[in-house]
Design a protein around this ligand. Sequence first.
Ligand code: HMG
Ligand code: MG
Length: 298
Amino acid sequence: QLPSTVKLVEVGPRDGLQNEKEPVPAAVKIELVRRLQDAGLREIEVTSFVSPKWVPQMADAAEVMAGIERRPGVRYSVLTPNLRGFEAAWAAGAGEIVVFGAASEAFSQRNINCSIAESIERFAPVAEAARAHGIHVRGAISCAVGCPYEGEIAPERVALVARLMKEIGVQHVGVADTIGVGTPRKIQRALEAALRHYALDDVSGHYHDTYGQALANTLASLQLGVWQFDTSVAGLGGCPYARGATGNVATEDVVFMLQGLGIETGIDLDRLVDAGAYISGFLQRAPHSRAATALLAR
Ligand code: HMG
Ligand code: MG
C-alpha cells in the first residue's frame, strides 16, 4: 500500500542553480519561482543564506526573497548554515529554514568547514531561534548512503546525525543521497535509520540522479511509507562540494510516475514542464528530464 498523497519540495531554484557557473539574474530566479507556484508546487526551496565566497550563485538571496510573489499556502524555504544565515532568513520572511549537516565527516568539512559535532553546535541556536519565531526547521543529512571522499556510509551514521538533529529541535530530516550512488535497498536502510528518531511524517527523501537511480529510490521510499521528496525542475543541479554529482531527480519525472501510480500531488504537469523549459531555455540546455523531453516533443 503506497501513500495516497505525496508532497514535493521543489529545490530547483536553490539546489538546482547553486552550482551554475554563470550568475543567473535574480529576476530569472524570481520568474522561475512564479512558474513553479503556477504549476502547483506548495513548498519551494528558494535560495541559501550562505557565504557568497563559498557559493557565489546564492549571493542574491535577499534580493530573490524580496522579489518573489508570495502566495497563500506556499512555504518558502531557505538554507541557513549558521545564526547569521538565520537572521538574514528571518529578515527575508522565510517560512522554513534548512540546516544542512552530513553523515560523513569529510563532506561536512568540505561543505560547511566544520566537523559533524561542530555543525550540530552551530545548528542548535539556529533551530532554537527559528522555533521561537515560529519558523519550521528542516535538517538535511548529506551523504546518507555514500560520500565522494569517504565512500560508502553506514546507516548507523545517518541514525547518529538524525538523533543529534532531533536533540537540538530540528523538526524534520531529509535523507540526502548527495552523489546519487544509492540504490533502492540502501536508500531504504538510510531512511529506516532516520525513522529510528523521526516519525514517518517528518522524514523526506532527497535523491540526486547521478547514476539514474533516483526514480527507483523514490519508489522504494514510497514502499516504506515515506511521502515527501525534494525534487528539482528540469533535473537542475549538483552540489559545488560534490564534484561530478548531477542534479536532483527531475520534478517532472517524479510527477509523471506518481500520476501513473494514482498518487495525488496537486501539480499540473504541463505547467511544470513549462517552468522547466523556461529555466532550461535561459541556461541554453535541454531539460534533464525524460518526461519533460517526451512531453515537449509531442
Ligand atoms: P567559514 O569560512 O568556516 O565561516 O564558512 P566563517 O564564519 O569564518 O565565515 C567566512 C566568511 O563567510 C566571512 O566573510 C563571513 O562573514 C561569511 P569574510 O569575513 O571572509 O568576508 N559568512 C556569511 N556570509 C553570508 N551569510 C552567512 C555567512 N556566514 C559566514 N550565513 C560557512 C562556514 C558555513 C559559512 C561556509 O562554509 C558556507 O557558507 N558553506 C555553504 C556551503 C553550501 O552552501 N553548500 C551547498 C548547499 S548544501 C547541499 O547542496 C546539499 C543538500 O542539497 C543535500 C544533499 O544533496 O546532500 C542540502
Ligand atoms: Mg542536494
